[in-house]
Design a protein around this ligand. Structure first.
Ligand code: GAR
Length: 222
């Protein structure tokens, strides 16, 4: 894949289909993202995200958490695999594991996550179902720096989507995912261009403090 010489070295962690990984690969190939994806690591074997990486000759590793006696030993092995690529940035792209505080601290300020809700609403699982059950009018997705609090770190960017009459988890998650593939590359681009800084528990973009929600894109009005 063509990349810039001074591209930001990125390792992507996945557990599934890897559509967010694909958005980053596409951005790299198009020369729109100043990154080089050095490796893709999955904790699940046989997931489509691994195939997506292999198609582009990106090194892949499967580290099955079930092969490790406990969370700490898995996270140790994971950190060794990641660090062998000396990444500047670690991107969690649908990586469905709770990480130990030691692991998270090791990557403070250089690990991003995408979470399918308007954080701080709906941390954890089944976010689309919960938004529908609560009859919310809007839902969305957030990209944030990872801290020890699950789905709780400083938010960089959010996209808001409408919840429409008759929506199901399927229709709503598709609407959210379309936004994921826009905002994750944006956040990675900002990081790679060193435009982001964390100040206490907020994020600045080009030295301008962002609101607690991060930069917001409202797809209801665009
Ligand atoms: C994405 O929808 C992402 O928001 C979600 O997993 C999906 C992965 O899709 N992440 C979480 O729920 C993290 N708590 P993908 O494998 O197609 O990128």
């Amino acid at each position: 894949m063509p990349t810039l010489d001074n591209a930001c070295r990125v390792v992507v962690l996945i557990s599934g289909s890897g559509s967010n990984l694909q958005a980053l690969i596409d951005g790299q190939i198009a020369g729109e993202l100043p990154i080089r994806i050095e490796a893709v690591i999955s904790n699940q074997p046989d997931v489509y995200g691994i195939e997506r990486a292999q198609k582009h000759n990106i090194p892949t590793h499967v580290l099955a958490h079930k092969d490790y006696p406990d969370r700490a030993s898995f996270d140790d092995a994971l950190a060794s695999a990641i660090d062998s690529y000396q990444p500047t940035l670690v991107v969690l792209a649908g990586f469905m594991r709770i990480l130990t505080p030691e692991f998270v601290r090791h990557y403070t300020g250089r690990m991003l996550n995408i979470h399918p809700s308007l954080l701080p609403k709906y941390q954890g699982l089944h976010t689309h179902q919960r938004a529908l059950d609560n009859k919310d009018e809007a839902h969305g997705v957030s990209v944030h720096f990872v801290t020890e609090e699950l789905d709780g770190g400083p938010i960089i960017i959010q996209a808001i989507v409408p919840i429409l009459e008759g929506d199901t988890v399927d229709t709503l998650s598709r609407r959210v995912q379309a936004q994921e593939h826009i905002i994750y590359p944006m956040a990675v681009d900002w990081f790679a261009k060193e435009r982001l800084t964390i100040k206490e528990d907020s994020v600045s973009l080009d030295n301008e403090l962002l609101p607690k929600t991060g930069h917001q894109i409202d797809s209801r009005t665009t």
